[in-house]
Design a protein around this ligand. Structure first.
Ligand code: ADP
Length: 575
């Protein structure tokens, strides 16, 4: 098959191109008429020298038709109206033959000649009717009437006029029916060809049709013309191999053939050649299609330049991201080691000093301890957030008594609240409900939220409340503190965001607590929300998926979140 495709042939494609067929056939009719007319005259004279059949008349008609034929090559108007003119000649011929038949007393020979002439010209007439049967109908009616007239005007005809009439009428009828049927077939073929071209041109991809036998393309749609920058005429006689750039034509053609004939997938890197010598990278899918028992190659091409560009960009971006991630991990490891180690020893020695010193020195040592602790917390928060973004620690998410964790955290932070003269209250409406949570993560979340509430409240109270609905355990932390401006609320869970910034900052902090809390809540498949009125106070709500109690499982009343989670776990265990 390779040899057929690589064959560089100059034979034009045979798909379509029938525009001049009818005109050329009519030219053949002219030659036949020009030759047959004197020949018939000669034969009639030969069989019966007494017949009335003027040779000059036959010669005039012959010369006339051959002249028309010559003019059709020379005069544009004749060429354009050639079929109509030849048909006009047929009318003249019928009159001539009918006249001869009449002049010869409807002898059997002339009656036969009339029938023959009538029939062959009828069939010739039916060719190229172009959707209209009326010209044929007129010709047949005229011929029948001429025959009838000739018969009626003949005194003592030699043959039975009735038989001649029946033969002529039936022949006319058959010619008419056959021509009608043929026209229907042509119409439907034309309609299907129109449909085929409409579909081809409506496609978003370039489509090329190739003939494996000749090794040439035979058709192309508009997208293909656009993609290759070649005209339809050039493509539809182009050897298939010329589709590929000369530089790697053999390799591309081998890949193409393996794809078409052996069903092998095409690997990337197929390019096609444009008329202007440039090349285009394409995605290509080709197959053999059977059209009325003959095989054609249908190739569908898509310009892959943009896709390749995006892919390159993606690969570059991925490589950069990987490099950045590596650099970040290295930096974090170094920072972690380089900051934590000296801080631990500063903290340790400051504590020893504050124990052994007295008076102002002891106070100084105490301040060193506090500052080192703050720095230690900040370092831990930064590293903790970075760790979470890296994919994070693996959380041990399991049913957990939330009230118990809250109770302990409130107890731990109560001294700080008391120091500020705040009342810190804990209300448990959860009825011992459990939620799916990681204990260490949850402690960190509530520590941040309750710590913030205390930090940002000057007077009044901080209230921690836990409750449960069908699907969630809800932790709400309300304070009567400074509140949050509406403009800051959308950014509140982003890292390093603080409402008061710069040197005039009213509160300590690094702006990471809420960002870490949000990520942890997300990892536990929960949600965190905030409502606040500036100057009146804030309320943070954390919702965590509720786990079923023993009674609920026993009575089949487990919460929806618990049931779906169990289904997921079961699914995971089965797979
Ligand atoms: P930090 O408290 O260390 O600044 P957070 O991430 O915990 O960092 O909080 C970010 C910012 O959100 C705080 O700086 C503050 O402006 C605001 N914020 C958080 N909680 C409250 C609260 N309870 N009342 C008022 N503002 C708050």
């Amino acid at each position: 098959m390779s040899s057929t495709l690589t064959k560089i042939s100059q034979t034009p494609g045979s798909w379509g191109g029938t525009a001049n067929v009818h005109r050329n056939t009519y030219r053949i009719f002219c030659v036949l008429a020009g030759v047959l007319n004197p020949l018939f005259g000669g034969v009639y004279q030969f069989t019966d020298p007494t017949v009335i059949d003027p040779p000059w008349a036959r010669l005039v008609l012959s010369v006339g038709i051959l002249l028309l034929l010559s003019l059709s090559y020379m005069v544009r108007w004749v060429e354009k109206n050639f079929i109509g003119l030849v048909r006009g000649y047929f009318y003249v011929m019928i009159v001539f033959i009918a006249g001869l038949t009449m002049a010869n007393g409807f002898s059997p020979n002339y009656a036969l000649g009339l029938l023959f002439g009538f029939t062959v010209m009828g069939f010739a007439f039916s060719l190229g009717l172009q959707k209209k049967l009326s010209p044929l109908r007129s010709y047949l009616l005229f011929s029948v009437m001429m025959t009838v007239a000739a018969g009626v005007l003949t005194y003592e005809p030699e043959v039975s006029l009735l038989i001649v009439m029946v033969c002529v009428s039936s022949t006319a009828l058959v010619i008419y029916v056959v021509a009608g049927a043929k026209m229907k077939v042509e119409d439907s073929a034309e309609a299907s060809e129109h449909r085929y071209h409409t579909l081809m041109n409506a496609a978003n991809d370039a489509i090329l049709i190739g003939d494996p036998e000749s090794g040439l393309f035979v058709d192309a749609n508009e997208k293909a013309i656009e993609l290759l920058g070649r005209t339809h005429d050039i493509i539809s006689r182009m050897p298939i191999g010329e589709l590929f750039p000369a530089k790697n034509r053999d390799r591309s053609l081998a890949l193409f053939e393996a794809h078409v004939f052996k069903g092998e997938s095409l690997n990337d890197g197929i390019t096609v050649a444009r008329q202007d010598g440039t090349t285009v990278a394409v995605d290509l899918s080709a197959s053999l299609i059977d059209v009325d028992g003959r095989e054609y190659i249908q190739g569908i091409f898509r310009d892959a330049t943009e896709r390749h560009r995006y892919e390159d960009q993606l690969i570059r971006a991925k490589e950069q991201a990987e490099q950045l991630l590596l650099a970040k991990t290295n930096l974090l490891n170094n920072v972690s080691h380089e900051l934590r180690t000296p801080l631990t020893s500063i903290l340790g020695f400051a504590e020893i000093l504050s124990e052994s010193l007295e008076g102002r020195d002891k106070e100084h040592a105490y301040h060193i301890t506090l500052s080192a602790q703050r720095l230690f917390e900040t370092v831990n928060s930064v590293l903790g957030l970075a760790h979470l973004e890296d994919g994070g620690p693996t959380l041990d998410i399991k049913p957990l008594g939330i009230a118990h964790v809250l109770d302990e955290t409130v107890a731990l932070l109560n001294p700080i609240a008391e120091q500020k003269g705040l009342s810190l209250r804990f209300l448990d409406h959860s009825g011992q409900a459990q939620a799916f949570a990681d204990e260490a993560g949850l402690r960190r979340i509530v520590n941040n939220l309750i710590g913030n509430a205390i930090k940002f409240t000057k007077e009044g109270e901080v209230e921690v409340e836990v409750s449960a609905d069908d699907s969630y355990v809800l932790i709400r932390i309300n304070d009567t503190g400074v509140g949050i401006a509406p403009a800051f609320l959308p950014k509140i869970f982003e890292e390093f965001q603080q409402e008061s910034t710069g040197l005039s900052r009213s509160h300590e902090g690094n702006g990471l607590g809420l960002a870490i809390s949000k990520r942890l809540v997300d990892m536990m498949k929960g949600s965190i929300e905030v409502e606040s009125i500036k100057g009146r106070g804030s309320s943070f709500t954390v919702a965590l998926p509720r786990a079923a109690t023993r009674e609920e499982i026993a009575t089949g009343q487990a919460p929806a979140a618990w049931v779906s989670r169990q289904n997921v776990l079961r699914g995971a265990a089965q797979s």
